[in-house]
Unconditional design. Sequence first.
Length: 255
Amino acid sequence: MLRLVVNMKRSSDRWKAIKEQLDQLQISVKRIDAVDGKLLPDEEVKQLTSSVHYSMGRELERGEIGCFLSHRKCWQELVDSDEKYALVMEDDLLFSNRSLKFMQSDDWIPAECDLIQLFVFRKQKKYLCERKEFDLGDEDKLWIPVFPAPVGTQTYIISRRAAEIALEKSGRFNIPVDEFLFVRSDISNRFPCYRLNHAVVMDADVPSEIRKNKKRTKTNFLMELQRFKERMEKSIRKKLGVMTGRYVEHEFDFK
């Protein structure tokens, strides 16, 4: 399994901090030079991004574009290798002492799992999940979080086949990379996002280098109608899922 850390050249302090943690855990990694979206020419940005997505109501921030391109570099790294999976990590993380168990090899990964998140957020641990799960032994399980949406690309495993399709489908993009992978795209529809119940990675308490401006700057009646339709569909799906027992509430933790 490839082990890749996305890091900007100007963030050498972050690379040093995460490398020290991983060295202590005896986990070897390769640094991937992150794309700084602020340095991209305007013409290149126009070529990379497509029309404003109705769910966003705004154009992508430069940081979001750079982040997406950085993860594409990781997917390409996997496709160009002989490995079946890649572990992709960002550089502002805390690691559990159990990390080696899930990062050293891919022997534990169920054959039908193509996207697996190994992290948990400090402030969001309870999710409604699909009833389906994989029991990995030693009380470790893989669940499929559904509500709220499983956003975040702090630490995830991606299969070769998922990486190939992700590259094919992201020649141009108009949503952040985490939504592309795990929430609203052909990738997320085809490959469910699994998450380790006892996460081995947690977000560090440091400011993000990607400053998302969530204020919608472009909207029209059609966009508002699409957003309303999506909210209603989510609400109905959530209520029906709970009523029928399709969804169960689980709490993830850091262990």
